[in-house]
Design a protein around this ligand. Structure first.
Ligand SMILES: Cc1ncc(COP(=O)(O)O)c(C=O)c1O
Ligand SMILES: N[C@@H](CCCC[NH3+])C(=O)O
Length: 436
């Protein structure tokens, strides 16, 4: 096993078991059952602190807003609050969860490309810190709602900056052909700012962009900085408007497998800050606060999923399928994006690889595969398979296909474990159903 995958508190203990947060994964599987999501709390804290420290080292005003779509449950909002970060939410449901967790409303940023009146009203009623306005329809809705309520609201305008970051085409959101934000090239962003400046109840604090997800190229971020500061300088010239905030979104890549080489958080933030200083200097523009919205890079490699191994189908000369007790119902990313993961037999972690397996889920779908062709020791039934880096967009995209209950989620830290989401029961599955 590649040692690089042992991030955070992951290690192999004296029993040759994978350990996380000081807890033996085989013991966790026995205690809570499988599939089980396990999060290394220290690693989440460390990521938040790395982002913050990088901005502080550069003497920047900033907000690190955890993009909670990556993993949105009560306990994560509590943890993010403890670490002094803000959050970004993209729906009434995420907003509700954050508020229920006691997250301070003024540190919640509300996103979405089709926010409903009910969602905007919930955001206004609770006085969220900022609404990131995505489109003309939303400007009109928010215009009407702020006037009706005579309520001032801080807004940012979301732009599609036309940066084509090198990533999977389905998760690239910053390019021009995108459903998100106002186009930068065709004048729509200028129409948008003019409309926003007309309403005295809008406090336009700045501009937002997000160029995609799982990005490794620092240049994609610095290039975005150039474009955005150019936009802000043009707005100062045309409208006499000076922004307080430049929000660069999220997208910082993590290691899923040995093939991934993510940059250090501090190196990316250093480069971004230097570029901001350089470009604002060129335009003689006041250095804005920089806000970012990391999701994956905060929780992604802090999470692992534990499965129990079950049936095996060996087709000699073709492939050896090894099925686990979960699959696309708890991690849809391989099926959706061809996302690659790697894994280890958690209860025999240092045994040498002897066979090649393809890890299948238990859903009634041929595409329900978690990992193709992974070398592992000879697997027994009821071994524990630990899949690495499942903390982002795993549980949050889990579903009940085939009426498979969603897994439990456990937080571990300093040798203590805490159940933060119960395993769904069959009773939960029919909870909303009604007989005719
Ligand atoms: C607007 C916005 N901000 C932040 C994120 C978080 O991205 P990531 O999890 O890649 O950091 C996303 C998702 O891609 C997003 O759409
Ligand atoms: N859900 C995606 C990322 C989408 C990012 C949200 N804008 C993933 O699993 O990688």
């Amino acid at each position: 096993m590649n040692e690089q995958l042992l991030t955070g508190t992951l290690k192999i203990n004296e029993n040759n078991h994978l350990e996380i947060g000081g807890m033996d994964t085989a013991a966790l599987a026995a205690k809570y059952g499988t599939p089980l999501y396990v999060y290394d709390v220290a690693q989440i804290r460390s990521k938040c602190r790395q982002f913050k420290a990088a901005f502080e080292k550069n003497d920047f005003s900033y907000q690190v807003a955890y993009a909670s779509k990556a993993f949105s449950v009560l306990a994560i909002y509590q943890l993010i609050q403890e670490e002094g970060c803000s959050v970004d939410v993209v729906s009434g449901g995420e907003l509700y969860t954050a508020l229920k967790a006691g997250f301070p409303a003024e540190k919640i940023h509300f996103h979405g490309n089709n926010k409903t009146v009910a969602e905007l009203t919930l955001a206004l009623e609770n006085k969220v810190g900022c609404i990131i306005v995505d489109n003309f329809y939303e400007i009109d809705l928010l215009n009407a709602l702020t006037k009706e309520r005579n309520q001032r609201v801080a807004v940012q305008l979301r732009t599609a900056p036309g940066i084509n970051a090198h990533t999977h085409e389905y998760i690239t959101t910053g390019q021009r052909d995108s459903k998100f934000g106002f186009d930068l090239e065709n004048g729509q962003i200028d129409q948008a700012i003019q409309k926003v400046l007309e309403n005295p109840l809008f406090d336009l604090i700045g501009v937002h962009c997000h160029i995609g997800s799982q990005i490794f190229e620092t240049e994609a971020f610095t290039h975005t900085v150039d474009k955005m500061i150019g936009l802000l300088a043009s707005w100062r010239d045309k409208y006499g408007y000076t922004a307080k905030v430049l929000n660069l979104g999220g997208g910082f890549g993590i290691r899923y497998t040995e093939a991934d080489e993510p940059k250090e958080i501090s190196d990316i933030i250093d480069a971004v800050c230097q570029e901001v200083v350089q470009k604002t200097g060129e335009y003689d523009y006041p250095v804005p606060e920089i806000w970012i919205e990391p999701g994956r890079s905060i929780v992604g490699d802090a999470g692992i999923t534990l499965y129990e191994t079950g049936s095996e189908k060996d087709i000699p000369g073709i492939r050896n399928y090894l099925a686990v007790d979960g699959g696309m119902s708890d991690n849809i990313r391989p099926a959706l994006y061809d996302a690659a993961y790697t894994a280890v037999i958690a209860n025999r972690a240092t045994e040498p690889a002897e066979e090649t397996y393809s890890i299948a889920g238990k859903c009634c779908e041929s595409g329900d595969m978690l990992i193709w062709d992974i070398p592992l020791p000879k697997v027994n039934q009821k071994d524990i398979l630990a899949v690495f880096s499942t903390g982002a967009y795993g549980y949050s995209m889990a579903n009940n296909y085939n009426r498979i209950p969603r897994p439990a989620v456990v937080f571990v830290e300093d040798g203590e474990d805490a159940l933060v989401v119960k395993r769904e029961t069959y009773e939960d599955l029919i909870h909303l159903d009604q007989l005719i």
